[in-house]
Ligand binder design. Structure first.
Ligand SMILES: NC(=O)c1ccc[n+]([C@@H]2O[C@H](COP(=O)([O-])OP(=O)(O)OC[C@H]3O[C@@H](n4cnc5c(N)ncnc54)[C@H](OP(=O)(O)O)[C@@H]3O)[C@@H](O)[C@H]2O)c1
Length: 297
């Protein structure tokens, strides 16, 4: 596993970290299966203890994900050193936002988190006090850094640029992957230029590669020979970590075997620009990406 600085923060994070939305134990929610608590705990422990992941992204609204992380890390030596990013959703009332945050800390079994993000905060000019509330939490030492997350949509580039220019956030988490590379062209480079940490949500295309790809063997990946890439999933992650403007990818999986395969992509080898372009071309137009990407509205 390679480790990289998250923007200008003092966090040195695993280049492939863990997105914990799939580790939620609510049957049906983002692919969670019934009775998967032991698998959820094993998934977190595999990522940290076996694969070297030292950064986990979760959220107030990922059902039992935070509880699973808290339990899993409590059983591991050094589990309390794993850096945690969580998210609270913007609220018109300060008390409600604080309730969300306290819920997160309780479930995670922590007194503070490393990165506190405003979840899907697509309108930087909204009138609610959410930003002031999380700034206060940072000043009180209850979180170390502040972030903002946003999915995709026609207004997201403009909204993201406003968040970046505001200077209020230390990191941005955005929907970017090989099927949806648009934010890698403008938004992420601007965030990087501003010294922000850059985090790719939905790096495996929100499950599209696994569930919608009609015939994974139809793609000729021989041009990636020498990069240790065995399939489309690993190719998608290699593409992401090869972006200069990206710090960390947070693939989501509840299966230890997928977590191992994902983490093994961080091995110090990267795609050339030509290889990246070729992979985009190989995939373009071949996968139906018109509806649910698995991101929260
Ligand atoms: N802020 C936001 O609004 C927002 C929105 C969406 C996501 N996120 C963050 O981004 C993280 C990742 O998002 P995500 O979970 O939608 O996207 P993802 O990593 O793009 O895709 C997850 C899906 O891909 C499958 N998968 C992962 N690795 C695989 C592999 N090696 N082989 C086959 N299938 C594989 C998973 O199934 P299995 O579980 O069966 O492996 C799951 O169905 C989330 O956990 C969350 O932290 C944030």
């Amino acid at each position: 596993m390679e480790y990289v600085p998250l923007g200008s923060t003092d966090m040195i994070v695993s280049e492939i970290s863990l997105g914990a939305m799939q580790i939620n134990c609510k049957p049906g929610f983002k692919g969670a299966e019934e009775g998967d608590e032991p698998m959820a705990i094993r998934a977190v422990q595999t990522a940290v203890a076996e694969c070297g992941v030292n950064f986990i992204d979760t959220a107030r609204w990922y059902h039992r994900s935070q509880e699973m992380i808290g339990k899993a890390l409590a059983e591991l030596d050094g589990g309390d050193e794993v850096m945690i990013a969580t998210k609270v959703s913007p609220e018109p009332e300060e008390a409600k936002l604080l309730d969300q945050f306290e819920f997160c800390l309780d479930a995670l079994r922590r007194d503070s988190v490393d990165l506190l993000q405003l979840h899907s905060a697509t309108d930087p000019e909204r009138r609610d006090p959410s930003l002031e509330v999380i700034q206060k939490l940072r000043d009180e030492g209850r979180c170390r850094y502040l972030g903002v997350t946003m999915g995709y949509g026609s207004r997201v580039p403009e909204q993201a640029m406003r968040c970046i220019r505001s200077g209020a956030y230390d990191a941005i988490q955005i929907h970017v992957n090989v099927l949806h590379p648009i934010f890698a062209r403008e938004v992420l480079p601007a965030a990087k230029e501003a010294g922000m940490g850059t985090i790719a949500m939905n790096p495996q295309c929100g499950g599209y590669l696994a569930k919608r790809c009609p015939d994974p063997d139809r793609y000729d990946l021989s041009f990636l020979e020498g990069l240790g890439v065995a399939d489309l999933h690993q190719a998608a992650l290699k593409w992401l970590i090869s972006l200069d403007c990206l710090d960390v990818a947070i693939p989501g999986s509840k299966r230890p075997e997928h977590i191992r395969a994902n983490c093994s992509v961080s091995d110090g080898r990267y795609m050339s620009e030509e290889q990246m372009r070729r992979l985009e071309e190989e995939l373009a137009g071949t996968i139906d990406t018109t509806d649910d990407w698995g991101w929260e509205p």
